[in-house]
Design a binder for this molecule. Structure first.
Ligand code: FAD
Ligand code: NAD
Length: 478
């Protein structure tokens, strides 16, 4: 006899495990099926995010940042540290410990919420208006479960490019780049996107000579131009050699590393690296997810087709997270998971796709939400801009973080409603939250301008940028 559930969730990444917990909280008998195995070959919950994505990359970003500060910034404070060194083995072990603590935490949360956790590959085998059958295959064993509702949360995997075949030794994807046992002398990176910049920064801070080869002519095209320009200058100052408009034509692993050929406006080039990271985007992990007879619709790039409320068009079958349209971000997937669970329980779907924060965890950090100035220009919108530099705040100066970072708001010229918030600077990841709350509440720059902000804090730059929209910032000329 098959096991019977109210809800079956396929995938235990941040979209799936959060959906499963919320379903259980709402009183549904819930099962979550996941096939991820860690480097040790053992099942590990949490998907890309916890195992090989957000968390391990942030652990390494933090370690490398601490090391970089000790080596290059302590002296500003009069602190002299001679012969500082880093043990890469210990750094990786710390990262693994954090991953282990969080992934086993999901196991505990499943237990506490009475979510049944099954290891194996899940496949939507049958669908009717009465419910679904899901095949779960783990090695040789195959079982069938029945569920009234199914939430597909199968996530994404790195995109491969034939010119640079990943062997996880010298040519690696993001997973391999989280595990270099030593700092590569010369590190090549294909793609100046989020992963290229974050992992390029990690190994660059630890001493690698980093060269980034990016196909597009524009640096971070989805980021507000003014902010992207500041970020690019800072990254280049830190030693990242960012090359735009490059077409990689060949990457070959050999005894001594990787030989790379690429073309740009100046012609054809050859270069060599000790390691090469390929990070040119991710694609949905929808292979073998459903039987053809079920009729689950995928688009031509493999994304599961869904409507505005994550319904697949098959009754009671939903899809969330990286496998569906929208940004590939953990928090976007988690919130979709919650929204779908609540919709199954009869509540309205509550996602607001217009206000999803993005963060690049480099230093300075880059964070934004809503529309860029360029998008508003293209839309023909009438808007006002307010910017404020961190260099004019006491707290940033006290931290030696004046730099060229800034906060920028774009607001509707008539209603003053905040349409976009853009930050490059220290702890932009934390500061963006205030703007997101204001935008979610359809707030105006005036709303933020009238709020008392603690002194001295970095958030004063947010306050002053809001004041600057109306040309009344106090600590700069308007
Ligand atoms: P995933 O996390 O990919 O999880 C899907 C799970 O489903 C996996 O465990 C997979 O094995 C399993 N699965 C797939 N198909 C099946 C099946 N048929 N049966 C059973 N199980 C299946 N995002 C951020 O918001 N912030 C960050 O800082 C950030 N940093 C990142 C750093 C790196 C290096 C990478 C690679 C990604 C990063 N991301 C970040 C992106 C983030 O990891 C993803 O957006 C997020 O993990 C997507 O969640 P998900 O649940 O949709 O899918
Ligand atoms: P990305 O889309 O951010 O960047 C990929 C870059 O590679 C782009 O600039 C693209 O123009 C370039 N590119 C594509 N093909 C190329 C080629 N053949 N040669 C040279 N350049 C090429 O993708 P990513 O950095 O791989 O990250 C994947 C996704 O994972 C991100 O889009 C994001 O959704 C998620 N992620 C988020 C975070 C975060 O939130 N901090 C961190 C890491 C990853």
């Amino acid at each position: 006899m098959p096991d019977k559930y109210d809800v079956a969730v396929i995938g235990a990444g941040p979209a799936g495990y959060v959906a499963a917990i919320r379903c259980a909280q709402l009183g549904f008998n819930t099962v979550c099926i996941d096939d991820f195995k860690g480097g040790d070959g053992k099942a590990s919950l949490g998907g890309t995010c916890l195992n090989v994505g957000c968390i391990p990359s942030k652990a390494l970003l933090d370690s490398s940042e601490q090391y970089h500060r000790v080596k290059h910034q302590c002296s500003i404070h009069g602190i002299q540290v001679k012969n500082a060194s880093i043990d890469i083995g210990e750094m990786l072990a710390r990262k693994e410990k954090i991953v282990q603590s969080l992934t086993s935490g999901i196991k505990q949360l499943f237990k506490a919420n009475k979510v049944t956790s099954l290891h194996g590959h899940g496949k939507l085998a049958e669908h009717s208006s009465r419910g679904c059958k899901v095949e779960v295959e783990d090695g040789k064993e195959k079982r069938i479960i029945e569920a009234r509702h199914v939430i597909l949360a199968c996530g994404s995997i790195p995109i491969d490019i034939p010119v640079a075949p990943v062997d996880q030794k010298t040519i690696v994807d993001s997973t391999g780049a989280l595990d270099f046992k030593e700092v590569p002398g010369r590190l090549g990176v294909i793609g100046a996107g989020v992963i290229g910049l974050e992992l390029g920064s990690v190994w660059g801070r630890l001493g690698a000579d980093v060269t980034i080869l990016e196909a597009l002519d524009t640096f971070l095209p989805t980021v507000d131009k003014q902010i992207a320009r500041v970020a690019q200058k800072q990254f280049e100052k830190q030693g990242l050699d960012i090359n735009l408009g490059c077409k990689v034509t060949e990457a070959k692993s050999g005894e001594n590393g990787v030989a790379v050929k690429y073309e740009d406006k100046d012609g054809a080039h050859k270069t060599e690296f000790d390691r090469l990271i390929v990070c040119v985007g991710r694609r949905p992990n929808t292979n073998d997810l459903s039987h053809e007879s079920v009729g689950l619709k995928l688009d031509d790039r493999g994304f599961i087709e869904v409507d505005d409320s994550c319904s697949t068009g098959l009754e009671n079958v939903y899809a969330v997270g990286d496998a569906v349209r929208g940004p590939m971000l953990a928090h976007k997937g988690s919130e979709e998971g919650v929204a779908v669970a609540e919709m199954i329980a009869g509540q309205p779907f509550h996602m607001n796709y217009d206000v999803i924060p993005w963060v690049i965890y480099t230093w300075p950090e880059v964070a934004w939400a809503g529309k860029t100035e360029e998008q508003l220009k293209d839309d023909g919108a009438d808007y006002r801009v307010g910017t404020f530099p961190f260099a004019a705040t006491g707290r940033a100066l006290a931290m030696s973080e004046g730099g060229s970072g800034r906060v920028k708001f774009v607001a509707d010229a008539k209603t003053d409603r905040i349409l976009g918030a853009h930050i490059v600077g220290p702890y932009a990841s934390e500061l963006i939250a205030e703007a997101v709350v204001a935008m979610e509440f359809e707030g105006s720059s005036e709303d933020l301008a009238r709020i008392v902000h603690a002194h001295p804090t970095l958030s004063e730059a947010v306050h002053e940028a809001a004041l600057a929209v109306d040309k009344r910032a106090i600590h700069k000329a308007n």
